[in-house]
Write a protein of this length. Structure first.
Lengths: 524, 326
């Protein structure tokens, strides 16, 4: 064979291979041809690779669970009625006494795998979700602090006598923890729970295809089959790409709009925006288990160095001012009177008292933040850095892409990486302990690493209160002022969730934690 | 026999290049900051667990030992498993520290085999578009050296080369996809999704093709055999298309070989902007997640592609101009 023939045969083989790659549909079907089509939701965050709902605290995956899983109740948490509860798998919740809660369940509901929903599923979910080795922080206490009995297939009684806390805590938990199938739970954390989602929600999990989570309408959904044939939930890392997808009609819903994107989209025909005060506050978390922020005076000095009104100017429509460690739509919120305000004199006084006059003697401090997920983190991170430097804190801002920041986020033995970290915390329930206990109790201390017996006692006291009123009082007169005094973290503001969606998408209900209810959604 | 000797020699040289690239990438990945085990195990993992996983995986052995093991696998076609990605290929984020329930990790070879054809399709289409844009402008400029077609070729090249590809990508998506609704832009659901990113890449490549063609066509047109062709009675079209273009194509071929290899190496920015699921997007995610086996696998595959493309280019060049020796 000479080289000309070699090339000729090579080219023919290449053409043959290439022809097989061409999609013939392209030549006769328009990319915009649409019949009944699934709802396309673009997410700003990736998933974890483990479908067990108790194995993560990742928002995007929680949003997927919102489509697939069923909950005993749902909490719409609108500012005008923050503690409203809508019954879903539960039909009635009654406090039998301070330590016993009775939950009546809906009949005729089935899981996507065909298993009928019964009391055993609720019992299995509560017991499994509260196990100490489950990464998702579930309050009010571990499995051995409560007992779940099932008098019949559709009644559950939760008894918290052993734990000493009020059973009413399970009322808010009901809208946070998705109900798992007892059969899945029995197979343990290495069983089917980690391989796929199986719920009672309007959409059935079909497959994970690359970065696309494919769900299809569940015809047996107890509120009636959804109108759209499915939901495709995709991770798209770039904010501009998500916006362009919405504008050209490839996406129906996108999340976490930047303020300037809001301005762009406001003028666009065919696009509407949803703005919701969320359950998420954004925090500056201090690494409390290592110097210098193991000293509450230094933490408080840093808090007094920060002018939060400047941050609000940067956030624009994407932030809402608040003066508490929880969102205004959570149970127990009030403006804490001693919440640290911008006060350079007080900052200097505290620094001097801690032995660092004018910041002298402080070690080099690393402030870790992310870019690409939360709006404006880099921009307000630079402002916070400048304000802290102005008061003598030798701070360096380290802006990371989401995966690297995620890797450095949590506490570790000896203290997590860096000295301060930016992060939000969002939980789909009015329950304040899902934030407060998760982050400030020494048994959890997710990011701060704080171990403070006084805070632990205050958290236990409010949890153990025997009525909702007593609990609110304990929160507002004891725990919250104490947190404002010890400042294990500084809540900067409450996030406003801004979703962009196509104008022809109707009936999509968005919860303040970012989950959506598309059971009655239509696409014109 | 020439072809066999040529292929044997070049493939041997290529294997050495791929080996050296692998060694370099392998060493660099292990000396840069960022512990992949921390990413695998999750943010809350205690140090003892991190060390245990790292030791179990052999990541605390000397680099040469790790490299030896790795190359042993590569020789048998095993590029290893991704540190981070589950078998379904999803990009994943933070999870718990001792989460033994994560799905099975994906094979690097499978991930590359799924994404490489996408990038190959994009690269081929980009080259076709680039030639459609550049050949008429470049040839015309070369036929009129110093004239206005030559100046126009220069101005257009300068314009194209100064457009940042991320900006151009967003603008073209806005105009062609959002405003005119001519084609889709984001993700991949079919061949149509390749057009827009390919167009952006073509505009990026076109200036180099234009300049190369302008210069080489002008050079060939000054040769004696072109003048003699006129004397032989050939028409201008015959001279240009049958003789001048053929002789000008060798430098162009070399350029296209290099450009195509670079495209296959992962068109990072473009694939990220268009969320195009090719090698570029895979590479970006792999780098961000410190997914060593995946980065190494991509490096080896693209180095091998580079070598093979260059062998093909040299073969074609000798076919066009038998005087060339490689």
């Amino acid at each position: 064979m000479d080289r000309r023939n070699f090339l000729r045969y090579g080219a023919a083989a290449g053409a043959l291979f290439g022809a097989a790659r061409i999609n013939p549909d392209f030549f006769f079907s328009s990319a915009y041809a649409q019949g009944a089509r699934p709802l396309v939701f673009l997410s700003a965050e990736n998933i974890t690779g483990n479908w067990d709902p108790t194995a993560h605290t990742t928002l995007s995956q929680t949003n997927i669970e919102g489509f697939v899983m069923g909950y005993l109740t749902r909490a719409p948490m609108r500012p005008e009625q923050p503690d409203e509860v809508v019954y879903e798998l539960a039909t009635e919740i009654t406090e039998l006494d301070a330590h016993r809660l009775q939950i009546k369940l809906r009949e005729g509901v089935t899981f996507h795998d065909g298993k009928p929903f019964k009391a055993e599923d609720v019992k299995a979910t509560f017991e499994y979700g509260a196990m100490a080795d489950r990464p998702k922080q579930v309050y009010p206490g571990p499995t051995d602090t409560f007992e779940v009995t099932t008098p019949d297939d559709y009644t559950v009684v939760v008894d918290t006598s052993k734990g000493g806390y009020g059973a009413s805590l399970f009322i808010f938990l009901a809208s946070y923890l998705p109900i798992l199938s007892a059969t899945d739970v029995a197979a343990g954390p290495k069983g089917p729970l980690s391989q796929r989602l199986n719920g009672t929600g309007p959409f059935k999990f079909v497959a994970q295809q690359g970065n696309n989570t494919v769900m299809e309408a569940f015809p047996g959904y107890f509120r009636g089959a959804p109108k759209v044939p499915g939901v495709t939930f995709s991770f798209v890392g770039d904010a501009t790409t998500r916006m362009l997808s919405l504008m050209n009609g490839q996406a129906d819903v996108i999340e976490r709009l930047e303020p300037e994107q809001v301005e762009t989209l406001q003028g666009e025909a065919g696009i509407k925006l949803s703005r919701l005060v969320s359950v998420e506050n954004k925090y500056l978390w201090f690494r409390c288990s290592k110097p210098p922020f193991n000293d509450p005076r230094v933490r408080k000095a840093a808090a007094h160095a920060i002018d939060r009104s400047m941050i609000m100017e940067i956030m624009g429509t994407a932030g809402e001012a608040s003066n508490n460690f929880i969102s205004p739509i959570k149970f127990g919120y009030f403006d804490i009177p001693n919440y640290p305000e911008y006060n350079p004199e007080e900052c200097q006084r505290l620094l001097a008292e801690a032995g660092f006059p004018g910041g002298e003697g402080l070690p080099d401090l690393e402030y870790i933040t992310s870019t690409g997920f939360y709006p404006k983190t880099k921009e307000y991170g630079e402002v916070i850095t400048a304000l802290l430097q102005e008061q003598g804190f030798p701070v360096t801002l380290n802006v990371m892409e989401v995966a690297a920041w995620n890797e450095r986020l949590y506490d570790r033995p000896g203290g997590g990486p860096g000295h301060m970290v930016d992060c939000g915390w969002s939980t789909g329930s009015p329950e304040p302990d899902l934030v407060l206990r998760t982050h400030f109790h020494s048994s959890a201390k997710r990011i701060t690493g704080i171990e403070d017996p006084e805070i632990d006692a205050a958290l236990d006291a409010e949890r153990n209160a025997h009525s909702m009123e007593a609990r609110k009082e304990s929160l507002q007169t004891n725990l919250m002022p104490m947190l404002a005094d010890k400042v294990p973290a500084l809540s900067l503001f409450t996030s406003v969730l801004i979703h962009g969606m196509r104008a022809d998408v109707d009936g999509l209900f968005i919860y303040p934690d970012g989950q959506s209810d598309a059971a009655t959604t239509t696409i014109a | 026999m020439f072809i066999l000797r040529f292929l044997a020699r070049r493939l041997f040289q290529g294997a050495i290049i791929v080996f050296l690239v692998s060694a370099l990438i392998f060493t660099l990945l292990r000396v840069v900051p960022g512990d992949p085990v921390r990413l695998m195990a999750g943010g809350m993992a205690p140090e003892a667990l991190i060390e245990q996983i790292a030791t179990d995986m052999g990541l605390r052995d000397p680099i040469w030992q790790q490299f030896g093991r790795y190359m042993g696998g590569v020789m048998q076609g095993d590029l290893g498993q991704s540190f981070v990605r589950p078998a379904n290929g999803a990009a994943v984020g933070g999870a718990s520290f001792d989460d033994t329930t994560r799905s099975e990790r994906a094979e690097v070879l499978t991930l590359i085999a799924e994404t490489a054809p996408m990038t190959l399709q994009l690269a081929l289409l980009a080259m076709v578009f680039a030639l459609i844009i550049a050949v008429p402008i470049g040839v015309w400029g070369g036929l009129r050296p110093g004239g206005w077609p030559d100046r126009m070729a220069l101005y257009l090249s300068s314009l194209f080369v100064s457009l940042p590809n991320f900006w151009l990508g967003i603008v073209l998506a806005l105009i062609l996809s959002v405003k005119l609704q001519l084609m889709p832009a984001i993700g991949y659901q079919g061949f149509a999704y390749t057009i827009l990113p390919a167009l952006v890449l073509a505009i990026e490549i076109a200036p180099f093709v234009i300049r190369t063609l302008t210069v080489s066509v002008a050079g060939v047109m000054r040769q004696n055999f072109i003048d003699i062709a006129g004397v032989r009675g050939l028409t201008r079209n015959q001279i240009v298309f049958r003789h001048a273009l053929k002789n000008s194509s060798v430098p162009l071929l070399n350029l296209l070989g290099v450009q195509f290899s670079m495209l296959l190496g992962g068109v990072l920015v473009i694939e990220f902007i268009f969320d195009y699921p090719g090698l570029g997007l895979l590479t970006i995610n792999a780098v961000m997640q410190r997914d060593f086996p995946l980065i190494q696998g991509i490096a080896i595959v693209t180095a091998a592609a580079f070598v093979l493309i260059n062998i093909a280019v040299d073969l074609i060049a000798t076919a066009i101009d038998p005087r060339l020796e490689y």
